[in-house]
Ligand binder design. Structure first.
Ligand code: PEP
Length: 254
């Protein structure tokens, strides 16, 4: 089964609406969109509306960095799925390790957010990954499978088709350290095997699983050449149009 490569840029807390506009203009001037590679930017909430107005016709998709699981109400500071849809988002990250570590998001919360994204019509990008201590202690499989079981609870076969999983070893995020392409492949293979065991072979073949953690123009091709790695979730290197374009071009060459 063909899985369209996805290159997603998580901007974290960077760029104003004007800076977002500048990025979109520069990026679409330097990168020629192609149907084999889906390119997605994930700016802060405050830039989504502007981005949503600028991206039609550029081949760039739009995602949010988080969402809340309620539809509306007295939840100061939170943003509902339908507000993201109204800005033009089709994806939302859920369970990014920074949300889990800095904002104390636990698995039941991640699960509620993922289910809310699905029921609103958004595609969630579920982030999973182990800490350095868990990595050193040989607990990668244990950690990842625990997160998958909890975060995907209640997701049926049909809805799973809209879920993307991003394997992001926490020790590789923003550190310049990357998992080797073989290590990333092995863990992503393990995630696919888990999907096969808990859903079926068809679901496992179809689901897109990304690697994230210090992906740069210099290492993207090697990571993307692995058979189970269906794309990249890129942080730092997605902030400059040229470096993000180089990563997207590496995906075109895979
Ligand atoms: C991320 O934020 O998801 C990420 C992978 O960041 P970086 O590429 O900077 O490590």
């Amino acid at each position: 089964m063909d899985r369209t490569t996805l290159i997603a840029g998580n901007w974290k807390m960077h760029k104003t609406p004007d800076e977002t506009e500048e990025f979109i203009r520069e990026f679409s001037g330097t990168y020629e969109a192609a149907p084999e590679v889906e390119v997605l930017i994930i700016p802060p909430f405050t830039s989504l509306e502007r981005a949503g107005k600028l991206i039609p016709g550029t081949g760039i998709g739009l995602g949010a960095q988080d969402l809340y699981f309620e539809e509306e109400g007295a939840y100061t500071g939170e943003v509902a799925p339908r507000m993201l849809l109204a800005c033009g988002c089709s994806y939302a990250l859920v369970g990014h390790s920074e949300r889990r570590a800095l904002f104390h998001e636990d698995d039941p919360t991640v699960n509620r957010k993922l289910l809310a994204a699905l029921s609103a019509g958004l595609s969630p990008i579920l982030c999973v990954g182990e800490t350095l201590d868990e990595h050193r202690a040989g607990k990668v499989a244990e950690k990842i499978t625990r997160q998958l079981s909890a975060d995907l609870a209640g997701v049926g076969r049909e809805d799973l088709k809209r879920v993307v999983i991003a394997y992001e070893p926490i020790w590789a995020i923003g550190t310049g350290e990357t998992a080797t392409p073989e290590e990333a492949q092995d863990t992503i293979r393990l995630i696919r095997a888990w999907i096969e065991e808990h859903y079926d072979a068809h679901a496992a073949e179809g689901i897109r699983i990304l690697y994230g953690g210090s992906v740069k123009p210099g290492n993207a091709a090697a990571l993307l050449s692995q058979p189970d790695i269906d794309g990249a979730l890129v942080g730092g290197a997605s902030l400059q149009p040229e470096s993000f374009a180089q990563i997207a071009r590496a995906a075109l060459d895979r």
